[in-house]
Write a protein that binds this ligand. Structure first.
Ligand SMILES: C[S@@+](CC[C@H](N)C(=O)[O-])C[C@H]1O[C@@H](n2cnc3c(N)ncnc32)[C@H](O)[C@@H]1O
Ligand SMILES: [Zn+2]
Length: 310
């Protein structure tokens, strides 16, 4: 069984993290704006989407966006705000390793700032592939193990083994995202080559690479100010798109599947839900869903379906 970053366990408030990170937020939105400029589709999945920071990007483009997150509390807290702003959005509590959706459902999906919490990305990608439709697009961001600053540090320390493709677990000291200061936190940095190969092994076809947050530095933020930072960022995003220097790397992939075309997809959330354990059909009555195959029982809690299993 894989470890899960359970934000509810420590009552971690992720929204606060963004208070002083407007530059990082804007740089991600800059890249995503380019990626989603020519997309369209029906069902869309934001895996580990939390309080919906990125909903303004995909909600105007996909008819039925779904945020899935392991933090039930975050979804309960934010459901009214999100539903008011984006009436067609759905929120579901579930584990990225065990998605509660029917196969071949989604026309698009993204996972931003979550892979560092996924210790088995191979298992996760296998699960995701099942629920993606043919010719759908998947956008995968990850913390880059070999970005400029950490590569320079490794060279200065003559630590050349640092450059292998193996994932790197960041020391918990000073980095306790999802937990409390001093607690052990899961934070993996990945090598771009490792992720690209993993995507290919799992039948995702990478079509484009992007980078962002090139000049992430609190000193530069103070000296340059936000508007200039973003101007510089937009130039660097073009010049160094293919390089491994940014701290955050994004791969856009297409999913090709040899399946029937034009299978009618439902319009309601309940039409696309399936048992996360066995992918069996669900018998849904009010706030209870029972799997017709394995008989597992799931409940809707304060308006949110809770399909979290480990
Ligand atoms: C750092 S936040 C990123 C949120 C959002 N993607 C963003 O960029 O604003 C990580 C989120 O991933 C969720 N998460 C971590 N592990 C997960 C898992 N195994 N399944 C589903 N969600 C998970 C956490 O609950 C948290 O909301
Ligand atoms: Zn089942």
């Amino acid at each position: 069984m894989n470890k899960i970053a359970d934000y509810d366990f420590f009552d971690y408030d992720y929204q606060k993290y963004w208070k002083e990170r407007e530059y990082e937020n804007e740089s991600e939105k800059l890249v995503l704006g380019k990626i989603y400029a020519n997309k369209s589709g029906k069902w869309f999945l934001d895996i580990g989407g939390s309080y919906g920071r990125l909903a303004p990007i995909y909600s105007p483009i996909y008819e039925r966006p779904v945020i899935v997150d392991y933090s039930l509390n975050t979804l309960i807290k934010n459901q009214n705000i999100l539903k008011d702003k984006y009436p067609s959005i759905e929120l579901v509590a579930a584990n990225a390793y065990k998605l509660p959706f029917k196969e071949n459902t989604f026309d698009g999906a993204l996972l931003i700032r979550v892979l560092h919490h996924i210790e088995n990305p191979d298992k996760y990608l296998k699960e995701l592939w099942k629920v993606m439709d043919k010719n759908s697009y998947y956008v995968q961001e990850f913390a880059n193990k070999i970005h400029l600053k950490s590569s320079l540090k490794a060279i200065l320390r003559l630590n050349f083994s640092f450059f292998t493709k193996e994932p790197y677990q960041q020391p918990t000291k000073g980095n306790f995202e999802g937990t409390k200061s001093g607690e052990e936190a899961m934070f993996y940095n990945y090598h771009p080559k490792y992720i690209k190969e993993l995507l290919k092994e799992n039948k995702f076809t990478p079509v484009k690479k992007y980078g962002c947050s090139y000049i992430r530095s609190s000193a530069l933020k103070k000296i340059l100010g936000q508007p200039l930072m973003i101007k510089i960022e937009s130039i660097l995003q073009v010049l160094f798109r293919r390089s491994n220097i940014p701290p955050s790397v994004i791969y856009e992939s297409i999913i090709k599947k040899d399946i029937e075309t034009n299978v009618e997809k439902g319009n309601c959330l309940e039409d696309i839900l399936a048992c996360p354990k066995c992918k069996g059909d669900l018998n849904i009555q009010n706030t209870v869903a029972i799997c017709r195959k394995c008989k597992s029982k799931y409940q809707k809690k304060s308006g949110i379906w809770d399909f979290r299993i480990k």
